[in-house]
Write a new protein. Structure first.
Length: 243
């Protein structure tokens, strides 16, 4: 959907958010030519700050597309924020519930309508102490296998200077330097036509996350870790109940 066909609520969101971002950040964007100009596409950014979605949305909008984020349903309960999310056609998900199936249906529909769907494979901000991507959940891979839509990796760096999940600090200082890089679609042709088994989806997800990791390494101008970070699972004791 072109920017000129946004409608009232999307235009309002742009008017509310864009001027603030332009003052708040000093932007460096790379690889915008890798953003498909039309058709359904899955964007898979790294996630290290609650500020990330605003940066990702800004880049996608600047590329002439409109982002539709898959996000925790709890955010829809926040006054006004939830209202605007509904009006701008974002997609809530209740993990581990029947509603998650409805979210998948909504994502498939969005892609078949030619939309841009944003999924954070990690499902949360990274737990890696150095803010490298973690191993991802398989939702983006499943969606790609189901629809054939290209998966475009995206890396952001600098958003931790606005909101750092490690310290919980938020900075309102203007002109914070932030960088975003859009990669070429991940080559998932090896798995085309495969059944969505656990092994297939995990292999596809690793390919997606490694592509994002490498983009981030270029932004940071650092050597990436050899393996994706895997957070230790919390072990429940006899006096604890599993969630």
């Amino acid at each position: 959907m072109g920017q000129r066909r946004l409608g009232f609520w999307r235009r309002l969101a742009v008017v509310l958010v864009l001027p603030t971002l332009k003052v708040w950040t000093k932007r460096r964007w790379y690889g915008l030519e890798n953003m498909p100009p039309g058709g359904g596409v899955i964007i898979t950014p790294n996630h290290m700050s609650q500020f990330d979605p605003l940066l990702v949305a800004h880049v996608i909008y600047a590329a002439g597309r409109w982002p539709r984020f898959l996000a925790k349903a709890s955010i829809w309960k926040v006054p006004f924020v939830g209202f605007m999310l509904r009006k701008t056609r974002q997609i809530p998900v209740e993990r581990g519930s029947v509603e998650a199936v409805k979210s998948l249906d909504s994502l498939v529909e969005a892609l078949r309508e030619g939309g841009v769907v944003v999924i954070y494979p990690e499902g949360t901000t990274t737990r890696d102490p150095e803010l490298w991507p973690m191993r991802g959940k398989t939702g983006a891979a499943r969606l790609a296998l189901l629809t054939g839509a290209p998966v475009v990796p995206m890396a952001t760096w600098g958003s931790q200077q606005v909101h750092d999940v490690r310290t919980k600090k938020i900075s309102l200082k203007p002109r914070r330097p932030v960088s975003v890089s859009v990669g070429k679609p991940v080559d998932l042709s090896h798995w085309k036509g495969e059944a969505p088994t656990k092994a297939v989806l995990e292999q596809m997800t690793e390919a997606i996350q490694l592509a994002t990791r490498d983009l981030l390494a270029e932004l940071r101008q650092e050597a990436p870790p050899p393996e994706l970070y895997a957070p230790a699972r919390r072990v429940t004791g006899p006096t604890e109940r599993s969630a």
